[in-house]
Design a protein around this ligand. Structure first.
Ligand code: ZN
Length: 204
């Protein structure tokens, strides 16, 4: 078994919630990538790490998970199913292909469930569509909503995949030149490797 890695160490390089959700597997280019969401507790911890939900709601969901452990298992399974579905969907976008009908229909069932639970909240800074029901299903409704927003926006053109680790991210750089999920990790490894190869070539 792989040693467990703290969720707090997971980088949020995707630029969007749904991409960070897909990036909870590291590294996707390797056959045995590490899955940060290996149980319900880690799913809750990941939400805490992203700060998407207010603490109060997070505590409610944590308590619900303890009170209804079987439901928590189902919600985790559905969340992981959605994550892999999103990974496949984004791959089709990256390779300019049409998604297989089964992927489309599976995603649409996530979409209709999530959107039937959306509510308009009027907040001091304006209206916001959100899930207010204290339901464990929120845990896969939020990534669904974030993915729909990306898939239907112009930002989709900025979707990229890190060639080293397979993480997905939105390239917000001015000239669309971002290549790596992060310069501090994959970009740095690449720099070191290419410097090493250059020196090796010079020595020959
Ligand atoms: Zn990377």
């Amino acid at each position: 078994m792989l040693p467990s890695k703290p969720i707090e160490s997971l980088r949020l390089d995707g630029g969007l919630f749904c991409l960070d959700f897909v990036n909870t597997v590291y590294n996707r280019k390797r056959p045995n990538g590490y899955d940060y969401l290996d149980n319900f507790k880690s799913l809750i911890a990941w939400y805490g790490h992203t700060k998407l939900l207010p603490q109060k709601m997070l505590h409610t969901l944590e308590r619900l998970g303890k009170d209804y452990p079987q439901k928590a298992v189902v919600v985790l399974e559905k969340s992981l199913q959605l994550r892999e579905l999103l990974h496949q969907l984004f791959q089709t976008v990256l390779h300019a292909k049409m998604p297989a009908a089964i992927i489309g229909s599976q995603f649409n069932s996530f979409l209709s469930e999530a959107y039937s639970n959306l509510e308009l909240s009027i907040l001091p800074d304006g209206g916001k569509l959100q899930f207010n029901t204290p339901a464990l299903e929120q845990l896969y409704w939020w990534p669904t909503k974030s993915a729909v927003e990306l898939l239907t926006s112009d930002q989709l053109k900025q979707l990229k995949e890190c060639p080293a680790c397979g993480w997905l991210f939105i390239d917000k750089s001015k000239n669309q030149s971002r290549k790596w999920c992060s310069m501090a990790t994959c970009g740095d490894v690449n720099k070191v490797t290419s410097n090493y190869q250059r020196t090796k070539r010079k020595k020959k």
